[in-house]
Ligand binder design. Structure first.
Ligand code: M6R
Length: 359
């Protein structure tokens, strides 16, 4: 049941400290420092030269996060929407195809998995559901261990997918030829191990409910971010439109001025995601929009970064590669409280299904 919560979505957002603890349990050792994925012993990725993610919706955003991490590690990587996957794999012997899917039953993702197998690539599914079709048909499976998710909006499974892909990326960068290992591995793994506590802190201190009341009824909502914050911006917008039925879009910070800025009018809320490392582009473009009347909500751990903004959603300090996970919880709350204010059927948005088994 909902365990005292009004909606499964809120229960699932607030269970992330627990679900993420399950995702990382036994898998990271900051002292060594090392990542251990029980089914993937040392050497098992030695033949991999290239990684190709296929996924839909929220899972695609998690895949983009994983892809960006690998890109920064100098690994050849792509992420395709499963429905757009061409089935072409130029180098099947070296390519690891990774379907990312909460349910393990999404028809588009299953189609992409089958096409990848047909092309002769090795396949490794990242999923939540043991025994699902995609778990059974992929060569190998890495479980995200988030526990059952009832709300149609994916929340705790997104964070567990991202963290699982972070772990997979760490393992891959050890073995893919030419990949760059982290210099700050210990700090990174330490940051990962305290992430569940920091999410707890966000849950305890979030001002998202009051903020949602202020920004109610604006007609359009934008979310911007650069680098690893870009997929989080896309995810923030998807969640928002899915459960509030309000128009919302996510953009790469630098793309605003290439078109979307024309949509900005006085009072348009823009949620700007900062990671403390790549903030220049987001800062410049958010200020540009602000000069056109947009109201900027900065999601950041830095008071200095936030000083120009109209509002702030504060997050604790963490490693730059993990900031998106904390920012995302704030955005989940913004969607939830806005939808609640608007009286939407939060756990079952119109026209949508939890698992989309048609192409
Ligand atoms: O089960 P999957 O992860 O394969 O589902 C993919 C999408 O249908 C899913 O993430 C969808 O976008 C969510 N309802 C978004 O909250």
């Amino acid at each position: 049941g909902k365990g005292g919560y009004d909606h499964y979505m809120l229960k699932e957002i607030e269970s992330q400290p627990e679900s993420l603890s399950n995702t990382i349990r036994g898998r990271i050792d900051p002292d060594e420092p090392a990542v251990h994925l029980e089914d993937f012993p040392r050497g098992c990725f030695e033949d991999v030269t290239e990684v190709h993610f296929v996924a839909c919706g929220t899972s695609y955003h998690a895949a983009l996060y994983g892809a960006r991490l690998l890109e920064e590690a100098n690994v050849s990587v792509r992420a395709s929407r499963a429905s757009e996957f061409s089935g072409r794999i130029p180098n099947p012997d070296g390519t690891l195809v990774v379907p990312v899917t909460q349910s393990g039953e999404t028809a588009d993702t299953l189609g992409a998995l089958r096409a990848a197998r047909e092309a002769g690539a090795r396949t490794l599914a990242v999923t939540n559901v043991i025994g699902s079709t995609i778990a059974r048909e992929a060569d190998e499976v890495l479980y995200i261990r988030a526990g059952p998710e009832i709300g149609v909006a994916a929340t705790k499974t997104f964070s567990s997918q991202v963290v699982t892909l972070v772990l997979l990326a760490e393992r891959l960068r050890e073995e893919v030829e030419g990949a760059i290992a982290r210099e700050d591995r210990r700090e990174f793994l330490e940051a990962l191990s305290v992430l569940p506590d920091q999410i707890e802190e966000v849950i305890r201190t979030s001002r998202a409910e009051a903020l949602s009341e202020k920004y109610d009824d604006r007609g359009a909502y934008f979310f911007i971010g650069h680098a690893l914050q870009h997929p989080v911006a896309l995810e923030g917008a998807l969640k928002f439109k899915e459960i509030t039925y309000e128009h919302a879009e996510g953009f790469a910070s630098g793309e605003l001025k290439h078109g979307p800025l024309a949509l900005v009018t006085p009072g348009t809320p823009i949620f700007a995601l900062f990671d403390g490392k790549h903030d220049e582009k987001t800062h410049t473009n958010a200020k540009e929009a602000q000069a056109r009347g947009a109201e900027i909500v900065a999601v950041t751990s830095s008071e200095r970064t936030a000083s120009f903004a109209d509002d702030v959603l504060a997050i604790p300090d963490t490693h730059p590669d993990l900031v998106g996970l904390l920012a995302n919880v704030q955005l989940q709350f913004v969607s939830y409280y806005t939808a609640r204010l608007l009286g939407r059927p939060i756990d079952k948005p119109r026209n949508l299904a939890k698992s989309v088994t048609v192409e």
